[in-house]
Design a protein around this ligand. Structure first.
Ligand code: PRP
Ligand code: URA
Length: 207
């Protein structure tokens, strides 16, 4: 459907702190939480609503509530880092998990875990992962969700390489892609340049 690069002053400020190699795990996670909240606010702005009757202290009127269940799907591991921020903004969201790891030589994603809430067919599914590099992990996740019946899928990533964006736009043109920033390219090891390094390692302190 569409690719949106938020290019938001506050997000860019926080993203630069995350990119800095001297930023420690604690500050990295704090900034990721804050960016996740800001991105959640942006990607939910046009979600469908239904009207229902309410009564204010003054009179009867019409309220609005989200029309559909929201299901967040973090791609393990690093995607987990975006869940807290999203759930603070959308506390009613359910969470499914998919475990994909890139084979370090072929860069191909290997699925090692998948568990989703019921009702994925009618839900708005928001796949979250900080990094969209070759696009292999996100594309395989979306394919897996579609096989399970998901129809309304959004993909939210902090950083992307143009190569990864092209893969999602080609393989999943029905998916809305939202990025905090679009970087320059991939390097020969499949890392985003300038990027922020290995998101999972920086988030969980495993480097
Ligand atoms: C990272 C990242 C994405 C993937 C992106 O995960 O979190 O899932 O790489 O790369 P791609 O677009 O080329 O598929 P990684 O495989 O390093 O696993 P981890 O989260 O467990 O560290
Ligand atoms: N995965 C990461 O964690 N970082 C990159 O730059 C690319 C893939």
């Amino acid at each position: 459907m569409a690719t949106t690069v938020l290019d938001h002053a506050l997000i860019n400020h926080k993203l630069s702190i995350m990119r800095d190699k001297n930023t420690n795990t604690i500050v990295f996670k704090e900034n990721l939480d804050e960016i996740a909240m800001l991105m959640a606010y942006e990607v939910t702005k046009d979600l469908p609503l239904v009207e229902y009757p309410i009564e204010t202290p003054i009179c009867k009127t019409v309220g609005k509530k989200l029309a559909k269940q929201i299901i967040l799907v973090p791609i393990l591991r690093a995607g987990i880092g975006l869940v807290d921020g999203f759930r603070r903004i959308i506390p009613s969201a359910k969470v499914g998990h998919i475990g994909l790891q890139r084979d370090e030589e072929t860069l191909q994603p290997i699925e090692y875990y998948a568990k989703f809430p019921k009702g994925i067919e009618d839900a708005i599914v928001i796949v979250v992962d900080p990094m969209l590099a070759t696009g292999g992990s996100a594309s395989a996740t979306i394919t897996s969700l579609k096989k399970r019946g998901a129809k309304n899928i959004h993909l939210v990533c902090l950083l992307a390489a143009p190569e990864g964006v092209a893969v999602i736009e080609k393989e999943h043109p029905d998916v809305n892609l939202t990025l905090a920033a679009l970087d320059d390219k991939l390097n020969s090891k499949g890392y985003i340049v300038p990027g922020l390094g290995d998101a999972g390692d920086r988030l969980f302190g495993t480097d």
